[in-house]
Design a protein around this ligand. Structure first.
Ligand code: SF4
Ligand code: SF4
Length: 440
């Protein structure tokens, strides 16, 4: 009974802190501008199932995809065992699902053990790739300090949790022979039995103590893991689902126009607005400012993107600007957005106002980074969970150019050509056609 009360207290405490962190994340995402993204629910659901649940985009590189799949499936399915541990902890029972599942229980537990072993192997490979082989995209300057610690910490925690699970089962397997009345027969435990020699020589009372220690260690470790998640890049395990649900449904290359500018330009050129633009124009409000300078100027979806980023660097590895040595890294754009959002969030938690002396643009992301972007969309295409760093880059760049009037001279020349000639060149399209006529 004492252990049941203790367990419920631990659970309540973990639940309290987790709820608090989730509400802070929700508040931070809601710092962003409103954007309606609830249309076409069935298409959105399909996108979520394919991209987040089905990991569709991961399979463009099969080996990392299969490795990642083991960790992902292991994480999802082992939660069924965690559910049993939770019910056991509250009810004071031992392996409560055994009485419902009978001999099938052993099959399920052996499958979980297989996943646990695969998770250990894959996490060791991931640690090796990151720290020994030093895969380039996992060892870039933006990953120094906390991101590197975070990535390694999660892998180590997962290994430790899985070892605790297997050790618990190994002790349980021995106790099933020594005390069959209390420890129900699960049948042979294929993987954990290899750890049995470590515990075989213990007395039964010490063995029970070890089994309970691993049990507590495993469940407390999972509760700590759950509470660490909101501070970690591994939040993507959860955020990938809403993020892909609310992701772009149109083709990825479609850049969002600013309705107020579209209306002005089209009326200047006597071009009628299409249906979508008419709808946008009818809902037009004073934009206040063009583009985005800080986190509250971005949309809530941009901010959800930042919380969903797993810092895998696939975007940066396919960014032509980064590949050719420019300062731009789309992963850093997402990490900076999250850092700034959390900076503001911490001030709000302390009931302080948003610090307007700092901003995302300038203090975190520089003009040099923004101007290096070719808007090629490769980062969006490469992202396994449809994150859109380009949308943030575009909004910050619009602010720089339209509010601060700080465009490079060559860009200004192009803008005035567009305005005067409706073409980026110094001559109008009709002049160009004349040139073509004269040269045929
Ligand atoms: S859109 Fe910009 S940030 Fe994205 S890959 Fe292309 S150049 Fe890089
Ligand atoms: S934006 Fe996507 S591809 Fe880039 S680091 Fe984040 S999760 Fe990876």
């Amino acid at each position: 009974m004492v252990f049941q009360i203790l367990f419920i207290l631990v659970l309540a405490l973990a639940g309290y802190f987790l709820t608090k962190s989730i509400s802070q994340i929700k508040r931070n995402i809601n710092l962003g501008r409103d954007e309606f993204l609830s249309d076409h629910p069935s298409l959105r659901f399909k996108q979520m199932m394919l991209v987040a649940f089905g990991q569709k985009k991961m399979f463009s590189r099969p080996i990392p995809a299969v490795l990642h799949l083991f960790v992902y499936v292991g994480f999802v399915l082992i939660n069924i065992e965690v559910l049993e541990i939770l019910i056991d902890g509250i009810s004071g029972k031992h392996r409560i699902f055994l009485s419902f599942l009978g001999s099938f229980y052993g099959v399920v537990i052996n499958f979980f053990e297989f996943l646990a072993v695969m998770v250990i192997i894959v996490c060791v490979i991931f640690l090796f790739r990151r720290n020994i082989v030093k895969v380039k995209r996992l060892n870039m300057p933006e990953l120094a300090r906390f991101p590197l610690f975070d990535a390694n910490a999660i892998l180590v925690i997962e290994i430790v949790l899985m070892v605790a699970l297997l050790s618990m089962n190994a002790c349980d397997g021995i106790l099933q022979i020594r005390n069959p009345e209390h420890y129900g027969n699960t049948g042979s435990l294929i993987f954990s039995q290899f750890l049995s020699p470590l515990f075989n020589n213990l007395s039964s009372s010490n063995l029970v103590l070890m089994e309970r220690t691993f049990w507590w260690f495993h469940i407390i470790g999972i509760l700590i893991f759950a509470n660490y998640l909101p501070y970690s890049k591994h939040l993507h395990i959860l955020m990938a689902f809403p993020n892909t649900y609310f992701g772009k449904l149109q083709f990825k290359g479609k850049i969002k126009n600013m309705p107020v500018v579209t209306r002005e330009v089209k009326s200047m050129l006597s071009i009628p607005l299409n249906e979508e633009e008419q709808l946008a124009a009818s809902n037009l409000q004073d934009p206040g400012k063009f583009g985005a300078k800080d986190v509250p100027d971005l949309t809530w979806k941009n901010l959800m993107d930042a919380y969903s980023c797993t810092e895998c660097g696939r975007c940066t590895a396919s960014c032509p600007a980064n590949i050719t040595g420019k300062k731009l890294s789309p992963r850093k754009i997402m990490m900076d957005t999250r850092d700034r959002m959390e900076e503001i969030g911490k001030l709000l938690t302390k009931n302080k106002e948003i610090d307007n002396t700092k901003s995302l643009l300038g203090d975190h992301i520089t003009s040099e980074e923004l101007l290096a972007c070719t808007t090629c969309n490769a980062c969006v295409e490469a992202c396994p969970i449809n994150i859109d760093p380009l949308d943030i880059i575009m909004q910050l760049r619009r602010y720089k150019i339209m509010e601060e009037a700080k465009a490079p001279d060559s860009w200004n020349a192009m803008f005035s050509n567009l305005e005067n000639n409706q073409a980026p060149w110094k001559f109008s399209p009709s002049d160009r056609l004349n040139w073509a006529k004269n040269n045929t």
